[in-house]
Design a protein. Sequence first.
Length: 406
Amino acid sequence: MEQQRKEATERLLSSQGHDNLFYSEENDGVSVGDGGLVAVSNFTSVLGLSIFMAACITFGFGCAIGYSSPTQSSIMEDLELSVAEFSLFGSILSIGSLIGAAISGKITDLFGRKLTMWILNLFYIGGWLAIAFTKVPWLLNLGRISLGFTNGISGYLAPIYIAEITTKNVRGKFTTILQLMVGWGTSFMYVVGSFVHWRTLALLATVPGLLQLLLLFFIPESPQWLAKVGREKELEAALLCLRGDKADISREATEIKDYVESLKSFSSKGILEIFQKKYVRPLLTVAGVLVLMNLGGINAVTYYSGAIFVSAGVSSMVGLITLAATQTVIGILGATLIDKLGRRPLLLVSSAGLCFSSFLTGVSFFLKDFNWWDQGSPILAFIGLLMYMGSYALGGVLPLLLLSEV
């Protein structure tokens, strides 16, 4: 019986163009890679607003990541924080992200994509307001962990919402935009944070959340989630909003329903098939790449790049602005090349760049400590950090993309 269910679902997905099949706990069974249910060419204003909504989520994600770097010295001075206390403020974002990521699948399935966005915006705006108006360290940390919690869930919510409202022919392009928006949010913090007070910067960071509160009145719920909870009339209404009033959504609605039913047909035993030999090796490989990419120190560099520049003898303002420009340019280049050159070449170039730039930065501080090349060591550190962030902007998203395609 289990084999028959598997074969039936594979035939269904194959007929819809899904060549990449994998098993996911969040989706209670089968999910898909970069395929799509129906390739509809209509691009409506509602679809555009929905995509912009997801882009605002990931822009806010980047703002939270990049905030601590340009504000370190001013926050420490105004609140009289020690280095250890500010380090806690910077790193506690990751703790909140870990909590949010752990429950992201359950939360979005329980409340739906749209209601989850409402809830996340309360945490997002509340977190920034706590940081902007705090006079004590504990409230500063509370705001930071609230932003981390938001990041943990939105890192799952934004791409899955995009995948469920777009069609196969445009999905890859808009998923790539989400990664670009993370980099642009970080760059925004780097550039603007070099000129404004840290409290003002926190207030400016609430703008993406306020935009989301406005957009939520105009965007539909995910059609796939509506099908999952049996709200068929709302499913059809959502598809008409996304595809246009005159679009024929009957086939797409039917295929979404069939796909959701195929997911429900899998018992918990179906998940065990992921441990078959043909699945284990590629999954372990991609998961290993994802883990190693994050163990390379990207969070530390992002959170404290301003302090690293100062320690190396480089102006923090000049370094952060140049870093923002590098991230933006390389991010756009990576989005352009990802489908032309393929995942593997870009991942190899990105990994090699991360390795060499880390070595170069380490050498610069080694030379500085021994006073062997006082004039050249800041230049090496500057080049090393630019190469590091550029290399990550080029291939940082690839492990997550590969994980959905194995």
